[in-house]
Design a protein around this ligand. Structure first.
Ligand SMILES: C[S@@+](CC[C@H](N)C(=O)[O-])C[C@H]1O[C@@H](n2cnc3c(N)ncnc32)[C@H](O)[C@@H]1O
Length: 276
């Protein structure tokens, strides 16, 4: 298990990330100039369909100004900043990768949101929070890196208040293995895909009831096709974070979706009271 986490951590090790971001963001203006979550979306929404997917997931989860949100596997913090800016809520992010957490804090200072949005380095399998703490938990394109799904969903259920919402948006197995490397994994050794049905079963076994379950594979496939057709990626893209080879990893995901090997699942669950 530790070995799995080490391999995943190594994939997101991103040496010198904050300095690379600082250099890339110089194109947008001087360091003291405040940035908006939208300006950063090309490089800080680390999942299929970018900002649109985060906005839809937050809407489905019913996130509002008073919602205390935990973003598990928060990456560069783009979803957390977008939620706080759009809905006025407070968001805490946790991520396995220390360089990502440092970069998330830096970007949050650049958007002037450090009072509402905070980040900690931690594993999703050992969340550093008490029981029944959050109103909503988000998990976007993270579960496929985690072998111990029962442990992951139990931990999310533990930190959610009874009746709280768990919003998950993840790549799922459909007709076969993906073409590796993909954005979350150089090889099968870092990738732990379940089908949509298996995902739902594992989540419900942890004390949740499903409120919404959507197959978003077509929307994701169309998004990759549009990206391919448009030619140039935005100037600030995930290549800044993951290196120049990232476009090839994204293309492999697009191809794996188009060939029916993989799918994309959006689902909202309610923490069933009495299961804590
Ligand atoms: C594809 S990125 C998605 C980031 C973010 N959720 C987003 O959508 O922008 C996957 C993230 O999950 C994190 N991650 C993977 N396994 C994790 C674990 N066991 N605990 C915490 N974070 C994890 C990685 O470090 C990485 O930042």
């Amino acid at each position: 298990m530790t070995h799995d986490l080490d391999r995943v951590r190594a994939h997101y090790s991103a040496a010198g990330l904050t300095e690379r971001l600082r250099a890339a963001l110089a194109a947008l203006g001087p360091e003291e100039q405040r940035l908006t979550p939208e300006q950063l979306a090309g490089l800080d929404q680390f999942h299929t369909r970018g900002l649109a997917a985060t906005a839809e997931l937050a809407g489905l989860a019913g996130i509002g100004a008073g919602t205390l949100v935990l973003d598990v596997g928060s990456g560069l913090g783009g979803p957390a900043r977008f939620l706080a800016a759009t809905h006025g809520c407070r968001v805490t992010g946790v991520d396995l990768s220390e360089p990502f957490v440092e970069a998330a804090r830096y970007l949050t200072e650049r958007t002037g949101q450090s009072g509402r949005v905070t980040f900690e380095a931690a594993s999703a399998l050992a969340l550093p929070f008490g029981d029944s703490h959050f109103d909503a938990v988000l998990l976007q394109h993270v579960a496929m890196n985690i072998a111990d799904r029962p442990g992951l969903y139990r931990e999310i259920r533990r930190v959610l208040k009874p009746g709280g919402r768990f919003a998950t948006f993840d790549v799922v197995r459909k007709g076969g293995d993906p073409h590796y490397p993909v954005p979350w994994a150089p090889s099968q050794a870092e990738s732990f895909l379940l089908t949509a049905t298996e995902t739902r079963e594992r989540v419900e076994e942890a004390g949740f009831g499903m409120l919404v379950g959507q197959d978003d594979t077509d929307a994701a496939t169309a998004w990759f096709a549009r990206m391919r057709a448009s030619g140039l990626p935005p100037q600030l893209n995930l290549g800044v974070v993951m290196g120049p080879g990232f476009a090839g990893l994204a293309a492999n995901l697009g191809r794996s979706l188009a060939e029916g090997r993989l799918g994309v699942l959006t689902a909202i669950f309610e923490a069933i009271p009495g299961n804590e």
